[in-house]
Write a protein that binds this ligand. Structure first.
Ligand SMILES: [Zn+2]
Length: 341
């Protein structure tokens, strides 16, 4: 059985498609070669709209929003902005929208706080802990210089955040218009990722927690080198299967709306288990994080993707350590070597 896509044609910039009663699908462009769009959603609310996710801070996104607000959103007021998580393509324009419409940002606490923390890195020098982390993973000096030069880029893609927010907690019911939407929190891609589930409408807004055609990045970052986000990710996917019924139309942040939630969750879990096995298979002889890329990625990893690839690689290695299937030891230079116990 394959996933099915009842709305195969995405809306053009500034346009909207209704995918469920009162639920509009809009698209914002992203300035990235690999991933050129993010889906955002407008849900009819009392005398206006609740928007879910906002796009990255760019002039294009501002223009997209202006034509959407004047066109399919009929200049009705924006009552509230909900963000699934703190990545710039989701939260980037939240401050721009909430200030313009004098409304509030709603999200989970860790997404809001983590975003404030990352935005505050803009203008700072790359920290010694970060340099140590990537050297330990096996990076050479050219890669370290690239990291230092790019450090703090997060904040440039985020319009000044609102200085306060409304916290959403797992399990909470949000009333949007006549509909009840349940907050379902997942972890691993971001610290406290918010999905919204409307059982009556049979709709789930999945953010980056469940994507139909690509896999979400699950990474370890220098701020918490021993984190095990992959275990959290796998637990979250299994929990979602128990909490959200299989008959929903899933509205993901990338690609198209689809049916087949449980099948997709199973496939995502199986894919990571296969990759964990492949990485474990590499550890007969000691390896660094950068030495197991071939077990994880089909294509060679260039310098642009090195940070993400290293984060994913360490996520798989830390998960194996948690399962007792790997151990690691630093050498005299501080580089970490992983092998089977
Ligand atoms: Zn994301």
């Amino acid at each position: 059985m394959a996933l099915s896509y009842p709305f195969p044609t995405p809306p053009a910039a500034g346009e909207a498609h209704e995918v469920a009663p009162g639920v509009l699908w809009l698209r914002m462009s992203l300035p990235m070669a690999g991933l050129n769009h993010i889906n955002v959603w407008a849900v009819a609310d009392a005398a206006g709209w609740t928007l879910i996710d906002t796009g990255m801070q760019t002039a294009d996104t501002a223009a997209n929003w202006q034509s959407a607000l004047a066109g399919p959103l009929q200049r009705r007021p924006v009552k509230r902005v909900i963000c699934t998580h703190m990545h710039p393509d989701h939260i980037g324009m939240s401050g721009w929208l909430t200030r313009q419409h004098d409304c509030r940002l709603w999200t989970t606490r860790l997404e809001y706080i983590t975003c404030r923390m990352l935005v505050a890195d803009t203008g700072r020098e790359a920290p010694a802990d970060g340099v140590r982390f990537y050297r330990a993973a096996g990076w050479d000096e050219a890669a370290i210089e690239h990291y230092k030069a790019r450090f703090g880029g997060f904040g440039k893609a985020v319009h000044a955040l609102p200085d306060s927010y409304r916290r959403v907690v797992d399990g909470e019911e949000l009333a949007i218009g006549a509909g009840a939407w349940r907050a379902v929190v997942g972890r691993g891609h971001s610290p406290e990722h918010l999905c919204l589930y409307a059982p009556d409408l049979k709709v789930m807004i999945s953010g980056d927690q469940v994507l139909p055609r690509i896999t979400s990045n699950v990474s370890v970052f220098p701020t918490e080198p021993d984190a095990d986000p992959l275990t959290e990710w796998l637990e979250s996917l299994a929990a979602i299967k128990g909490r959200i019924s299989d008959d929903v139309l899933v509205l993901p942040s990338h690609n198209e709306p689809f049916h087949g939630l449980h099948e997709r969750l199973d496939a995502l879990i199986e894919g990571h288990e296969r990759r964990l096995e492949a990485v474990a298979g590499e550890l007969a002889a000691p390896k660094r994080a950068v030495d197991v890329f071939s077990a994880l990625f089909r294509r060679p990893v260039g310098v642009e993707m090195l940070g993400m690839a290293t984060g994913e690689s360490i996520a798989h290695l830390n998960c194996l350590i948690g399962r007792g299937a790997a151990q690691r030891e630093p050498d005299a230079a501080g580089v970490l070597w992983y092998r089977r116990p």
